[in-house]
Ligand binder design. Sequence first.
Ligand code: FMN
Length: 219
Amino acid sequence: MLGLTACGSAENDGNTSSTATTSKTETQQTETAKQTENREDKSTPADTAAAPETADEAKSSGKDTIVVYFSATGTTKKIAERIASVTNADLYEIIPAEPYSDADLNWNDKNSRTTIEMNDPNARPAIADDTISFDGYSTVYIGYPIWWGDAPRIMSTFVEAHDFSGLTVIPFCTSGGSGIGRSGSNLASQAGSGNWLDGDRLDGGISEDELKTWISKYN
Ligand SMILES: Cc1cc2nc3c(=O)[nH]c(=O)nc-3n(C[C@H](O)[C@H](O)[C@H](O)COP(=O)(O)O)c2cc1C
């Protein structure tokens, strides 16, 4: 698996957004905090301060764009926050019902949770509290890390649970070096609705100018 040696390196781009609009229960916030503790980059605490209580509250923001992401070790989270900041979008984190521990994320262990999940195309890890509704949005950025060349199976859980009809969907990923490959088109097939664009791999250390240039491709 090319590029894995670069995986997990801490990236400090420092430009975070305060637009968190995730619907999180107290339990989820605890889970998120636990996950954050597991991350190699411990400098970024979970940003849950501005979380509204319900998905309806999130929709009342009036924004037409939302950035949905899953992140196990914080790299995709930082990029998602920056995209939300630049695009004035809402932000929604996909939180696993069972957080991924360091042992779960060990790709060198053929019996680790992620290895087992990624070896099974039908694995659908549960999401903690999937309350998001896309009503009122026209554009969805959807981000995830690359695991074994594909999107984590929890992304399949998410896209199969939602209707993307009428939405422009822009996938983005972070990785140790692998490109986005077929991960976006695989998710598009699983979603079965929505206008899914090709999307891209974004480097965790992408500059603000590069990020804005990437975003401007879609505006
Ligand atoms: C189980 C597992 C498998 C991975 N597989 C790949 C891979 O195939 N190619 C790659 O370049 N990076 C791979 N990585 C590295 C991650 O894609 C990379 O560290 C990513 O930026 C992590 O994002 P996150 O911090 O948002 O979870 C893998 C990481 C894990 C934990």
